[in-house]
Design a protein. Structure first.
Lengths: 112, 898
């Protein structure tokens, strides 16, 4: 099954996907939220993040797997995320759209 | 203790339950726990716990809301019930509709939630206290099989009349009963331990051999007592409490069979109690209660507490019936001791309960219910207002054929949702108020409050709170729902949407609610004012002595090492001398009973020149054996005659100083100096001459004010129980270790206890009152705020409904001041009526508090007037704020809306 046509992604969805990519192997909700705060200066409500992750998984832009149970989580597992080919394609498409729209506006958009 | 390793258990369970069916539940709970641990390590645990609660509540509500949203985007089945409609499905769709309508109006919803959370939380907090202290204070298995037997003065049911049992009566009961197995008695024991470590004084109990069997307790090591241990002469054995064994003997089980020195005599350790068993009152050591033949025959002195376990298949009623027969026989055989007594058999829980606890907790529970009622009135009032706003919507639905029952149910489901949503918030309020409550109790007093450590939010509290929430939802939801669903469709639709003054009866109802709220607030505020005044009086009022700059300590001389009066006198002489020499001490004195300390001593007396009294009816006075420096050290004034001197010795004339109240009671209108009296039931019945009159000391604010008291020089009446007082110009607590050292120089084997300043003692003695005052204050404040919000809500709503009318008035020439007077006048009338009704209630309640609880404060009319003025002022202000807005109406704007 080839990756389907790229999907439209909202701004927050793009940010979450980028954060997951930045984190590589260790991407689960706690560091994702930290990443969003430190790199994008975006403090998101925990619930909003879970909703976004759930939606991205439903759109097949993310895939998740459960880790082994961990004692510091009271014997519970972590849910690790990876970006799917579809997710990557959609990110690329969104980015390309932005780039195309921004072309010629460098003097306005970039810092002097 | 419970939160040491993880997040608040209740919050975690709650969230777990809310997320139960989500595949994300595990990862979400795990993430939260992980972050909680990081936070708890970095910052304080309470902060982390608060964070956890906030996070889990917000996640939980978000999750529930999104589930409803998802369900709500599906087409809702038509609200008209059809045949075969499943009740559950209708209810669910109604819940969805309700949730939507609540979310559409976030502000009133938030106010209602906050109000309900506070009121339900207050109720849950009091319930968990009642549950822990009254319903299940003891953690034993089959605690309802355990009974307590007590002797009561005949016909006595009043507080404080519970009596202990005499040895001979106890022994007869034990021999004769079939319904109670393992009948056991115990007696308070201040224990002096020496050897291994510093001498130490711990609390222990003498117990009869069946004592441990009553509670189903087996020794963790060694054995408990057997019948043979009770035989006088073979009774020098002890069972150690688990804590004491760990602390003082290093938890070494080799101690069993060894001998330790207790009260100056060797005792064999036969066993270690299991961990957690410290009945009664945090007992740390137990020894057999062994009677010599003389004591075993004593029937007139009552000092034993008797407990037992019901025999298999026997009920409390069986035991009561059987003991009544036994008691009848004992009264016939020994009328001199028993005829004025009744025997009572009750459950252990009831028998051990502090007698003062019941009234206090009832007062709290009543206050919590009043707060809840006020909150209900507020919520009902808000819902009435909302009903008015939704009148058109409801009228349309009625016109379209919805039945009134259907609308009613819809509105009730909305109230139910509101109430249930407030439950988790309420439990949060409860959890934190209980934490505060617990932290305020001095650690050394906790053992005297059985059940204290188990005060917490648990499943029972959550269940009761949910039930109360459902109950209140029906109370506050029904009236507005009935109002709103009243089918006056035509009028509403005809009016073209302007509600105008159509809701006349609704306005009357809301005004009635405000009057009721204010009427309920007043008695609460008066009660909290009285409690605060009482507590402050207890703490800071005149005590009859000067509690500042005074250090006190207590000790018990063991009979084995101080067998006679001479030995005790030498110890006291040397101790006073050493203590006076401690740097910083201006004077030191000995007394057998320290004022306000919670212990007491009394003697029966006979006054010279009066007929010899019947021993049952002889007057009893408080008895103090003191050293000559006592009056100067404690600063008790000697009003007439002289204080004691070093010349009042064992061989000289027996003398006494009496308190002013004693002088007044026995020699009214006459000079007591030179009069004589003597003590009954003592080996030394010599006449004692009064040489002075001292000021009254308030020994106990509840029962010991102006208690007739006699003072004797200790040289003429030495005692084994004693306390010392040290007066200093500086900080009394700073003297503690120097005082201990001074006494150790006198006798290195003698431990002391309760080494603390008089101010600390007073604080501990009044801890219950401080709790009453603080909690009543919180209730009073809460009720006032809620009532004021209620007044504000009604006035603001009334103004918004009458804007049109006010605009017209202004257009016709009324000034802003006229409108202001109109509105504030209405607030004033409502408040005045409420205050009038409330004052009557407050006076009645004040009487109750005066009589039952404090006895110190009288329900002061000035207090009532002050509080009434406060309430009126606050209520008028609450009316004034929205009224200001009515005065600046531009008539053109309002009237153009036509």
């Amino acid at each position: 099954m080839s990756p389907a046509t790229p999907l439209y992604l909202g701004e927050f969805e793009q940010m979450v996907l980028l954060a997951v990519l930045q984190l590589g192997e260790g991407a689960y909700a706690v560091p994702i939220r930290r990443e969003l705060a430190s790199r994008a200066h975006r403090r998101v409500a925990r619930g909003a993040l879970y909703t976004a992750l759930e939606r991205l998984e439903a759109k097949r832009c993310l895939r998740s797997r459960m880790s082994d149970p961990l004692p510091e989580r009271g014997g519970r597992s972590r849910r690790y995320f990876t970006v799917t080919p579809l997710g990557l394609a959609s990110l690329r498409a969104s980015r390309a759209a932005m780039m195309n729209l921004s072309r010629g506006l460098e003097s306005l958009l970039e810092k002097p | 203790v419970r939160h040491r390793h993880g997040p608040p258990r209740l919050a975690e369970r709650l969230l777990g339950a809310l997320l139960r069916r989500s595949p994300w539940s595990e990862s979400i709970l795990g993430d939260l726990r992980e972050e909680y641990l990081a936070l708890a390590a970095g910052r304080s645990r309470p902060v982390a716990a608060l964070w956890y609660w906030a996070q889990s509540l917000s996640l939980g509500t978000r999750h529930v809301a999104s589930r409803f949203d998802r369900a709500a985007t599906q087409p809702i089945p038509t609200p008209v019930p059809t045949r075969g409609d499943h009740a559950m499905r209708t209810l669910l769709s109604e819940a969805r509709l309700g949730l939507r309508s609540l979310r559409k109006r976030p502000w009133p919803t938030a106010i209602i939630l906050a109000t309900m959370a506070l009121a339900l939380g207050a109720n849950a907090a009091i319930f968990s206290i009642v549950d822990a202290l009254v319903i299940r204070p003891f953690p034993f298995e089959d605690v309802d099989r355990m009974v307590m037997l007590a002797e009561m003065p005949s016909g006595g049911t009043a507080i404080g009349t519970q009596e202990r049992v005499s040895p001979a009566n106890f022994l007869d009961w034990r021999r004769q009963t079939d319904t109670v197995e393992s009948l056991a008695a115990f007696e308070w024991w201040e224990v002096n331990l020496v050897g291994r470590d510093e001498p130490e004084s711990v609390l222990g109990f003498f117990v009869s051999h069946d004592f441990f069997a009553v509670f189903g307790i087996r020794a963790a090591h060694g054995r408990t007592f057997v019948a043979d241990d009770e035989v006088f002469g073979r009774h020098r054995v002890v069972v150690l409490g688990h804590g004491l064994w760990q602390r003082r003997y290093g938890g070494d089980s080799a101690i069993i069979g060894q001998s330790i020195v207790v009260d100056g005599l060797p005792h064999e350790v036969v066993g270690i109690a299991p961990q957690g068993f410290d009945f009664p009152m945090g007992s740390a050591i137990w020894a057999p209660l062994a009677f010599d033949t003389k004591t075993a025959a004593v029937r007139g002195r009552r000092y034993l507490t008797v407990v037992g376990r019901l025999a298999a298949g026997r009920s409390l009623e069986d035991a009561q019936a059987e003991m009544a027969v036994i008691w009848d026989r004992l009264v016939r055989e020994h009328p001199e001791a028993n005829s004025t007594r009744d025997l009572r058999v009750m459950t252990l829980t009831r028998g051990m309960m502090d007698q003062g606890l019941g009234p206090i907790l009832s007062l709290w529970q009543a206050s919590a219910v009043i707060v809840l009622l006020i909150a209900c009135a507020n919520v009902a009032s808000l819902l009435l207002a909302r009903g008015a706003e939704r009148q058109r919507e409801i009228a349309v639905r009625l016109a379209m054929g919805a039945s009134r029952g259907r609308i009613l149910r819809q509105l009730l489901v909305e109230s139910l949702l509101l109430a249930l949503a407030a439950v988790p918030l309420a439990l949060l309020v409860t959890a934190y108020s209980l934490t505060l409550l617990r932290s305020y109790m001095p650690a050394r007093l906790i053992r005297f409050v059985p059940g204290w450590t188990s005060i917490d939010v648990d499943g029972r509290v959550a269940l009761v709170t949910t039930l109360i929430a459902v109950g209140t939802a029906i109370v506050f939801g029904l009236v507005p729902a009935l109002q709103a669903s009243r089918p006056h469709i035509m009028e509403v639709l005809k009016e073209g949407g302007r509600t105008g003054t159509a809701g006349g009866s609704r306005q009357r109802l809301r005004r009635g609610l405000v009057v009721a709220e204010i009427a309920l607030v007043l008695p609460l505020l008066v009660a909290s004012g009285l409690s605060a005044m009482g507590t402050s009086q207890f703490l800071n009022g005149p005590q009859g002595y000067d509690p500042d700059g005074l250090l006190t300590l207590r000790l018990v001389l063991p009979e084995a090492r101080y067998p006679d009066d001479d030995a005790r006198r030498r110890f006291i002489d040397a101790s006073v001398e050493r203590l006076t020499a401690v740097p910083g001490v201006t004077s030191a004195a000995m007394t057998n009973v320290i004022p306000s300390s919670g212990t007491n001593a009394g003697r029966l007396i006979e006054i010279e020149g009066r007929p010899e009294p019947d021993p049952q009816q002889a007057p009893r006075v408080d008895f103090r054996a003191i050293s000559p420096e006592y009056f100067a050290t404690f600063r008790v004034p000697v009003l007439r005659g002289r204080a004691f001197t070093g010349g009042d010795l064992a061989g000289t004339q027996p003398v006494a100083i009496v308190s002013a109240s004693m002088a007044k009671k026995f020699w009214p209108g006459a000079d007591p100096i030179g009069r004589r009296f003597r003590l009954l039931n003592t080996p030394d019945p010599a006449w004692v001459t009064v040489v002075g009159v001292a000021g009254d000391v308030i020994h106990d604010w509840f029962v010991g004010r102006d208690q007739p008291t006699m003072y004797r020089p200790y040289a003429q009446a030495p005692s084994s129980f004693m306390g010392f007082g040290l007066r200093t110009a500086g900080d009394p607590e700073a003297l503690a270790s120097a005082a201990r050292t001074a006494l150790r120089d006198v006798d290195p084997m003698q431990p002391q206890f309760d080494v603390q300043s008089m101010r600390t003692t007073l604080g501990e003695r009044t801890i219950g009152l401080q709790y009453i005052a603080v909690i009543m204050g919180v209730f009073g404040g809460l009720a006032l705020v809620l009532a004021i919000v209620g007044v504000y809500g009604v006035m603001a709503y009334m103004i918004s409904q009458r804007l049109h009318e006010f605009g017209l008035r202004i257009a016709l020439g009324a000034t802003g001041g006229d409108v202001l007077r109109l509105v504030v006048g209405q607030a004033w009338r409502l408040t005045a009526l409420g205050v009038l009704i409330g004052s009557a209630l407050a006076l009645a309640l004040g009487r109750l508090i005066e009589a039952g609880l404090l006895g110190v404060v009288s329900s002061d009319l000035r207090l009532l007037a002050g509080i009434a003025a406060l309430v009126v002022a606050a209520a008028i202000l609450a009316g004034y704020v929205p009224a200001r807005r009515a005065t600046v109406i531009d008539p053109m704007v309002v009237l153009r809306n036509e």
